[in-house]
Design a protein around this ligand. Structure first.
Ligand code: NAD
Ligand code: LMR
Length: 328
């Protein structure tokens, strides 16, 4: 059996992690032969630490053969020590009527300390996935602290948006999920995101040849995907958790698995597709080696798609301006 890998997870007593942690421990991300040590971070309040202890007791009671250890802590330097993956979930979720960007003020500063701690103590091969909202800009804040680790190791999750888009298209076309390919999210994890239906295919055929109702694609599909998070908050009273945990599993698995289909992650823009260099924008990527990705720059966009990408880019630039003090 291989040596255990260390997986640091923040916000470990929260609702996403309640769905996420058992799946990491049973091999859903890193494989059925790969032991893991979970290094779980929570805020230093008695209630949160007690809840974290309860989560660990339950994980223990699952008797997962692959779970070779659990570390519980309120200190970032302990949680991230020698970690091969850092999954940054811990932060405040939005409530009804809020936009994710409203969280920037409270959540942004979390990612300064955590980014610095990761850079200082994590394993040399460490990869980081940011889920805490607004995840693109929080990821930029964390990556800005990196001096040792390359900034390309810091990615933010737009896979939930991709999964939502795939599910909506499959339902409309009356086809299985597996029939949908190359459906990628551009830009911010926010209502401005652009799920690019124009370059996507259903059983190899362009989406617009199967779903010929362009008005539905532009006026129903695009906003439904963009506002799905708010719709879930409206219905559940709290934000998505199981689907978010599932998307994080897909995000990490896709990044670790060469030969995975095209997928969406938010990463530091190099100017591709017109995104401002230095913002964290979601783009199409292909995994080229375990943990290594390349942006697929081969897609072309018409004026409609270009205007959508310009709008989501403008929002990302605006978020960066809002937190410029956190980048010093
Ligand atoms: P939650 O409130 O249930 O749990 C968050 C946990 O994080 C809490 O237990 C809290 O104590 C902990 N926490 C807060 N600050 C922390 C810090 N500095 N260090 C460690 N832990 C900390 O929230 P949740 O539903 O699990 O959501 C977590 C975050 O994920 C939110 O910001 C939410 O908006 C975001 N989210 C993102 C996506 C996405 O697609 N990117 C999807 C769903 C949720
Ligand atoms: C989601 O998309 O479900 C999450 O980002 C939570 C939210 O605030 O919408």
């Amino acid at each position: 059996m291989p040596k255990p890998i260390r997986v640091a997870v923040t916000g470990a007593a929260g609702q996403i992690c309640y769905s996420l942690l058992p799946r990491i421990a049973n091999g859903a991300i890193f494989g059925k032969d790969q032991p893991v040590i979970l290094q779980l971070l929570e805020v230093p309040f008695e209630k949160a630490q007690l809840a974290l202890k309860g989560v660990a007791m339950e994980l223990e009671d699952c008797a997962f053969p692959l779970l070779h250890g659990i570390v519980l802590t309120d200190k970032a330097e302990v949680a991230f020590k020698d970690a091969n993956w850092c999954l940054l979930v811990g932060s405040k979720p939005r409530g009804p009527g809020m936009e994710r960007a409203d969280l920037l003020k409270d959540n942004g500063k979390i990612f300064i300390g955590q980014g610095a701690a990761i850079d200082a103590v994590a394993a040399d091969d460490c990869r980081v996935a940011v889920v805490g909202n607004p995840c693109n800009t929080n990821c930029m804040i964390a990556a800005n602290q990196a001096k040792r680790l390359p900034r390309s190791r810091f990615t933010a999750m737009t896979r939930l948006d991709q999964n939502r888009a795939v599910a909506q298209i499959a339902k409309k076309a009356g086809v299985p999920i597996t029939a949908i390919h190359d459906l990628v999210i551009y830009g911010n994890h926010s209502p401005t995101m652009f799920p690019d239906f124009r370059n996507a295919r259903i059983n190899g055929v362009p989406v617009q040849q199967v779903i010929t109702d362009e008005a539905w694609l532009k006026d129903t599909f695009v906003p439904t995907v963009g506002k799905r998070g708010a719709a879930i908050i409206e219905a559940r009273g709290v934000s998505s958790a199981t689907s978010a945990a599932n998307a994080l599993i897909d995000h990490v698995k896709a990044l670790n698995t060469v030969g995975t289909a095209l997928h969406s992650i938010a990463l530091e823009s190099d100017g591709s597709y017109g995104f401002a260099p230095g913002v964290w924008a979601s783009v199409p990527v292909r995994t080229v080696a375990p943990g290594e990705y390349q942006v697929d720059k081969s897609f072309t966009h018409d004026d409609y798609a270009k205007s959508k990408i310009a709008a989501t880019n403008a929002e990302l630039v605006g978020e960066r301006d809002t937190i410029k003090d956190l980048l010093k």
